[in-house]
Design a protein around this ligand. Structure first.
Ligand code: NI
Length: 185
């Protein structure tokens, strides 16, 4: 089932998300719905707050990048109760977009490598260092779990440049090709 994607200005995107247990109701269905919602909107990552739930659940599918990055062929991940516990000093910059901020794309500087702890869809624990595009995708998505969006991480100048777009989003004044929940004025 395709769920509406909550847009910038919706309060849930500013909440710190909470851990869940395997007993979380209809979790398998929810994960499936999140993938379907993400594919429908042509995204490569989606965090639960973006569908209105302040829980620590993220789905990522990097297969659309596999033409440029063959290592991501069929790469699909589910991240539950994810936390970044260490980051490299080395950083890099790349352009990002977000299904909750349609029409905005900006370069974001982030640590090149991160150590993450999470549970997969079978609630198996993982503790690993991640690099490359996956590290960026995870940081973007895990930011959503901390109540942050990527526009919080761009320079004041670039934020100023996007001010009218952000204000329009926050006022619910936006058109979108996929199903959304606009901000309430
Ligand atoms: Ni996002």
């Amino acid at each position: 089932m395709i769920l509406p994607i909550y847009l910038y200005g919706q309060p849930v995107l500013k909440k710190v998300a909470e851990d869940i247990t395997p007993e979380y109701p209809e979790l398998k269905q929810l994960i499936e719905n999140m993938f379907e919602t993400m594919y429908n909107a042509e995204g490569i990552g989606l965090a639960a707050p973006q569908i209105g739930l302040a829980i620590r659940l993220v789905v990522i599918d990097l297969d659309p990048l596999s033409e440029d990055y063959p290592e991501y062929k069929d790469f699909r991940g589910v991240y539950i109760n994810a936390h970044i516990v260490e980051t490299s000093e080395e950083t890099n910059s790349a352009e990002e977009g977000c299904l909750s901020l349609p029409g905005i794309h900006e370069k974001v500087t982030r640590p090149a490598r991160i150590r993450v702890q999470y549970l997969d869809e079978n609630f198996v624990e993982h503790d690993e260092w991640v690099e490359g595009f996956l590290a960026r995708a995870m940081q973007h998505e895990f930011d959503h779990l901390e109540g942050k969006v990527f526009s919080d991480r761009i320079s004041p100048l670039r934020r100023q440049m996007n001010k009218s777009r952000l204000n329009n989003l926050a006022r619910g004044n936006v058109n979108c090709a996929y199903k959304v929940k606009r901000a309430l004025r």
